[in-house]
Design a protein around this ligand. Structure first.
Ligand SMILES: [Zn+2]
Length: 294
C-alpha cells in the first residue's frame, strides 16, 4: 500500500514537473517569437529609412546637377521597383511643395514685354498660371513649331517610332470646355493640376502640342523615351517635367512639348530646369495677369 502510495506520489510529482517544464518551454517559445517580431520590425524600419535617404540623395542630385532629360528618364525607369515604396511619399510631399509660398518673380534679371496682351520674357512667349493670352488670340499651330515637329517625326520614323500630334492648337473656347469638363468630373483642385483655365493654356499659343497620348502610361513607351531624349534637338522641351510640379503648376506630362527654339531647348534640357526657372517667372493663379479666372 505504502509502496503504491509513494509510487502514486512520485508519478504525480513527475507529472507536475513535466507540466512545469512544458509551461516553461511554452513561455520560451512565445518569448522567442516576440524577439523575432521585434527584430523584423526594427529591420523594416531601418530599410525604410535607407530608402528615404537614397530617395533624398536622388532628388538632390537631379535638382542640383545638370542631367539631361534622357538620363533622368532612364534613371527613373531603372528604379521602378523603388517607386512602389516611394509613391505614397511623393504624393504626400507634392501638395506640400505646392502649398508653400510661391517664389517671387525674379523679374529684374529678365526683360518682360507685353505685346497686345501677350507676355514675352527675354523674347519668349510665356503662357502659364500667371501669364494668360487674350481670348481672341488664335494663331493655330505656328509654322516654326509645325516644321520642327515634322522634321522630328520624320527622324523618329527612321528609328522605327511613330510620333503624331494628338492635340495641338486649342482656342480659348475649346480650352474653356475642356477645363469645365475636368472640373465637373474631378473637382477644381484636380482639374487645375492637369488642365489650364481658359486663356491660361499653352495650347492656345500655337507653340505647344501633345504627342501620341495624354495617358500617364505614355511615360513608359519607347516613343516617350525617344521624345525626352531628342526633342531638344528640334527646339522642343518637355514642358512639365517630373519633379517640377511646384514650379510649373502642373503634374508631369511626358507628352506635352513646347517649341522654344533649338538653343534654348538644349540649354533648358541640359540644365534639368523648367521654363519658369529659365525665365525667372512664377506659374501661380494667385499672381494671374490678364484673363479673369473663370
Ligand atoms: Zn498639352
Amino acid at each position: 500500500m505504502m509502496e503504491k502510495g509513494s509510487g502514486g506520489d512520485a508519478n504525480k510529482r513527475t507529472r507536475e514537473e513535466q507540466r512545469r517544464r512544458d509551461t516553461m518551454q511554452a513561455y520560451a517559445v512565445i518569448f522567442g517569437v516576440l524577439i523575432a517580431i521585434m527584430a523584423i520590425t526594427v529591420y523594416i524600419m531601418f530599410l525604410k529609412k535607407d530608402v528615404k535617404t537614397a530617395e533624398t540623395v536622388q532628388n538632390n542630385t537631379s535638382q542640383s546637377d545638370s542631367i539631361d532629360a534622357g538620363d533622368a528618364d532612364e534613371g527613373s525607369d531603372d528604379d521602378s521597383d523603388w517607386e512602389v515604396i516611394d509613391d505614397p511619399d511623393s504624393e504626400e510631399s507634392t501638395p506640400e511643395d505646392n502649398s508653400s509660398e510661391p517664389q517671387k518673380p525674379d523679374e529684374d534679371d529678365h526683360k518682360i514685354e507685353v505685346i497686345e496682351g501677350r507676355t514675352y520674357v527675354d523674347g519668349i512667349l510665356i503662357v502659364n498660371k500667371t501669364y494668360s493670352l487674350p481670348s481672341d488670340y488664335a494663331p493655330g499651330i505656328l509654322p516654326e513649331a509645325q516644321e520642327a515637329f515634322d522634321r522630328m517625326a520624320n527622324d523618329a520614323w527612321g528609328d522605327g517610332l511613330g510620333l503624331f500630334i494628338c492635340s495641338g492648337f486649342r482656342s480659348y473656347s475649346e480650352q474653356r470646355d475642356l477645363y469645365d469638363g475636368y472640373a465637373m468630373q474631378r473637382g477644381v483642385e484636380e482639374a487645375d493640376r492637369v488642365s489650364a483655365r481658359a486663356g491660361y493654356s499653352e495650347h492656345q499659343s500655337g507653340l505647344a502640342m501633345d504627342i501620341n497620348s495624354t495617358d500617364f502610361e505614355f511615360e513608359y513607351t519607347a516613343e516617350a523615351k525617344w521624345l525626352a531624349e531628342h526633342c531638344a534637338e528640334y527646339g522642343f522641351i518637355i514642358r512639365y517635367p517630373k519633379g517640377k510640379e511646384g514650379v510649373t503648376g502642373y503634374a508631369y506630362e511626358p507628352w506635352h512639348i513646347r517649341y522654344v527654339g533649338e538653343d534654348i531647348a538644349k540649354e533648358i534640357t541640359e540644365k534639368g530646369i523648367c521654363l519658369e526657372e529659365y525665365l525667372g517667372v512664377t506659374s501661380d493663379y494667385r499672381y494671374s495677369k490678364g484673363q479673369p479666372l473663370a
